[in-house]
Design a protein around this ligand. Structure first.
Ligand code: ZN
Length: 395
C-alpha cells in the first residue's frame, strides 16, 4: 500500500468502483460541486466513497461533521463519549438546546441525517484509547483530530503514523488556532513539531482558559476543507505547513514544517505500538506529585463545625466576578508568590480554582514554600456548586 501526497490509500473492499453512481436527487443536491472542474462527477463520486473518522463531536467536530456531510462524504465515523452540556452550545453548533443531556453522538447523528440522508454515520461511543484506536481507525481513509487534550492528540498522531492514515489536525485556544495535515509519507507528523508534550498544567484547556465561540468554526472548517482536498486529490494540502490563526488580529500565517529524521514515530520508527498517553503527558499522578485534597462537602462540614480554615481562590478577577465562594480570599495564581508573606503557615488552608488544576499547582507552590497544612479543593468551585451550594453559578 502506498501513500501519495494528495490521496489516501483505500482499504480493501472500498474500491472506487463499488459505489453506485449518483442518483437524480444527488445530482441536484451536489450541483454546485458538479459545476467545479476540480470536483465534477468523478470528484463527487470520490467524496461519496470517502470514509472519514472525526475524533470528538465538540467544537471542531461540529463544523467538520456538518460540512463533510453536506459535501457528500459518504461515510462519516464519529468518536465521542460525552453528553451535551449547556456550556457546549456557545460553539458546538452540531447540538441544540433540546439536546442538553443527550449523548453527543445521538444529536450528531440526528443533525447529520437531516443535513444529508445519503451519508452513512457510524458512531463510536467510547473514548479513543491505545486499546481501541488502531481497530477503529483501520476502516477509514482519513482521520480528523477534533480533540481538546494532549494525550488524545498524541494518540491520534501515533495511530495515524502506524496505520499510514492522514491526520488532519486542528487545535484551538482562546482566540488562536492551528491546523495542519500530518502523517503523510512525505510530510511531518505532530511529534515532528512537538516531540514532548508540555508539562501538565502549563497549557490550560478551553474549559479553564476559555475559547471564542466562532474559533472552532474557523479552524474546523479549515480542517474540513483539507479533508475534501485530500479526498478529491485537488489543490495543495497543508502538508509540511502549520497554519496559525489569530482571530483577534484576524491574521493567518503559515509556518514551514520539516519532517524530523529523529522523530520516534515517523522518522526512526522506534515507536512500534501505541503507548500509555496519560503517562507520556505526565497526567498519571504519582504519590509524590499528588497534592492533598479535600472535597467541597468535607470542607463545608468542617467550616460548619467551626474549624478555622482559610479559603484561597487562585482564579482571575473576571472569574471572581462571575461567581465566588463566600469567605474566600482572591489571590490569582500569578500573584501567589508575592502574597506568600501575607499568609500564616500555622493556619490550615484550602485552595480552589474553577476545576482543581490551577489550585493543585498553587498547593504545590505553597508546599514548596514550606506550608504543610494545605489542601486542594477537589473539583473547584464547579463541584462546590454541584455538591454544596447550587446558588453559586457554574461557568
Ligand atoms: Zn514525526
Amino acid at each position: 500500500m502506498t501513500v501519495t501526497a494528495t490521496y489516501p490509500p483505500r482499504p480493501a473492499g472500498h474500491a472506487a468502483g463499488d459505489s453506485a453512481s449518483l442518483s437524480r436527487e444527488e445530482l441536484e443536491r451536489y450541483s454546485r460541486h458538479l459545476l467545479l472542474p476540480e470536483v465534477g462527477l468523478a470528484g463527487q463520486q470520490k467524496l461519496k466513497n470517502g470514509r472519514v473518522l472525526i475524533v470528538g463531536a465538540g467544537g471542531l467536530g461540529s463544523p467538520l461533521a456538518l460540512y463533510l456531510a453536506a459535501a457528500g462524504v459518504g461515510h462519516l465515523g464519529i468518536v465521542d463519549f460525552d453528553a451535551v452540556d449547556v456550556s457546549n452550545l456557545q460553539r458546538q453548533v452540531l447540538h441544540g438546546t433540546k439536546d442538553i443531556g443527550r449523548p453527543k453522538l445521538d444529536s450528531a447523528r440526528d443533525r447529520v441525517g437531516d443535513v444529508n440522508p445519503h451519508v452513512h454515520v457510524e458512531t463510536h461511543a467510547t473514548a479513543l484509547t491505545s486499546a481501541n484506536a488502531l481497530e477503529i481507525i483501520r476502516d477509514y481513509d482519513i482521520v480528523v483530530d477534533g480533540t481538546d487534550n494532549f494525550p488524545t492528540r498524541y494518540l491520534v498522531n501515533d495511530a495515524c503514523v502506524l496505520t499510514g492514515k492522514p491526520n488532519v489536525y486542528g487545535s484551538i485556544f482562546r482566540f488562536e488556532g492551528q491546523a495542519s495535515v500530518f502523517a503523510m509519507e512525505n510530510g511531518p507528523c505532530y511529534r515532528c513539531l512537538f516531540r514532548e508534550p508540555p508539562p501538565p498544567g502549563m497549557v490550560p484547556s478551553c474549559a479553564e482558559g476559555g475559547v471564542l465561540g466562532v474559533l472552532p468554526g474557523l479552524v474546523g472548517t479549515i480542517q474540513a476543507t483539507e479533508v475534501l482536498k485530500l479526498l478529491l486529490g485537488a489543490g495543495t494540502p497543508l502538508i509540511g505547513r502549520l497554519l496559525l490563526v489569530d482571530a483577534l488580529r484576524m491574521q493567518f500565517r503559515t509556518l514551514a514544517l520539516r519532517k524530523d529524521p529523529e522523530c520516534p514515530a515517523c522518522g526512526t520508527h522506534e515507536l512500534k505500538e501505541l503507548i500509555d498517553y496519560e503517562e507520556f503527558c505526565g497526567l498519571r499522578q504519582t504519590a509524590s506529585s499528588a497534592v492533598p485534597e479535600i472535597t467541597p462537602r468535607e470542607f463545608a462540614d468542617r467550616r460548619a463545625r467551626g474549624d478555622d480554615l482559610v479559603l484561597i481562590d487562585v482564579r482571575e478577577p473576571h472569574e471572581w466576578d462571575i461567581a465566588h465562594i463566600p469567605g474566600a480570599r482572591l489571590i490569582p495564581l500569578g500573584t501567589l508568590g508575592d502574597a506568600l508573606p501575607t499568609l500564616d503557615p500555622a493556619r490550615e488552608m484550602v485552595v480552589h480554582c474553577k476545576g482543581g488544576s490551577r489550585s493543585a499547582r498553587a498547593v504545590k507552590q505553597l508546599q514548596d514554600a514550606g506550608f504543610t497544612r494545605v489542601w486542594n479543593l477537589a473539583g473547584g468551585i464547579g463541584r462546590w456548586s454541584d455538591d454544596v451550594d447550587p446558588r453559586v453559578p457554574k461557568y
